[in-house]
Design a protein around this ligand. Structure first.
Ligand code: FE2
Ligand code: FE2
Length: 269
């Protein structure tokens, strides 16, 4: 801006040409950013690629209470068959796990929605925050499925796991939202770990760093020449956000409060 005003105050032809060039460049830039505006949600550039570095990827929640330890152990136990089944096939692993990851936000959101209707009370933004999480996880799945095609037996496994997990999480959330959110917090920590390993394989050339799928470029407002590495990096930042939201929700319950008493972190995605 400073440079623009200096140039415009001069009448020299050379400087006028440079001002025109600069204006053209700015217009070109604006046109390029406008080309990226259409979106599934119609939202603008959230600069995720720029701020993902500020997300604390390794910030782990230390289990202190009995409920925390139950949640932590449950997630660690669930990881054993996952590790055995998928080994280092991180694309396949991510695709399958995202079919599960998109369930808790929807279950929690629906239950809070029904509670709001029953009790004639606000949710403090938590319905929106949890439904946003579910939608974001679904977009992770829609992205991964562009990269990995599920086999028939994997589709069958998804059916079985969804049937069990949806009902189990529903019951858990009704009985103890504190425990339910803590379980999700730890699941998100595992997701961060998996995507970190995925990135490691990409950096070391074990997985080809292909171009980002169009759906990912559109959804996360990535540059047009973005690669798989960029996509995995932004997905991992999303998982870190989910981790923080769910541990935060569990902490609110732990303090004997209701979620609506602490405003929800909405609008991240
Ligand atoms: Fe995810
Ligand atoms: Fe997540």
């Amino acid at each position: 801006m400073m440079k623009m005003s200096t140039v415009s105050s001069s009448s020299s032809p050379a400087k006028t040409t440079s001002l025109t060039e600069e204006k053209n460049k700015l217009k070109e830039k604006k046109d390029q950013s406008n080309a990226m505006v259409s979106s599934y949600w119609g939202s603008r550039d959230r600069g995720l690629l720029g701020r993902m570095d500020r997300v604390a990827m390794e910030l782990l929640h230390v289990p202190k209470t009995f409920a925390d330890k139950v949640a932590y152990r449950t997630v660690k136990l669930l990881r054993i068959p996952t590790d055995l089944f998928f080994k280092r096939r991180y694309g396949c692993r991510a695709m399958m796990l995202e079919t599960v990851a998109a369930v808790p936000g929807m279950v929690g959101g629906v239950l809070l929605h029904l509670r709001s209707l029953r009790k004639f009370e606000q949710s403090g933004g938590w319905i929106k925050a949890l439904l946003e999480e579910a939608e974001n996880e679904r977009m992770h799945l829609m992205t991964m499925v562009e990269l990995v095609q599920p086999k028939w037996y994997e589709r069958l496994l998804v059916l079985a796991v969804q049937g069990v997990f949806f009902n189990a999480y529903f019951v858990l959330y009704v009985l103890s939202p504190k425990l339910a959110h803590r379980v999700v917090g730890y699941l998100e920590e595992e997701a961060i770990h998996s995507y970190t390993e995925y990135l490691k394989d990409l950096n070391e050339g074990r997985i080809e760093n292909v171009s980002a799928p169009a759906i990912a470029i559109d959804y996360w407002r990535l540059p047009k020449d973005a690669t798989l590495k960029d996509v995995i990096t932004v997905i991992r930042a999303d998982e870190a956000h989910h981790r923080d939201v769910n541990h935060f929700a569990s902490d609110i319950h732990f303090q004997g409060k209701e979620l609506k008493e602490s405003p929800a972190p909405v609008g991240y995605h």
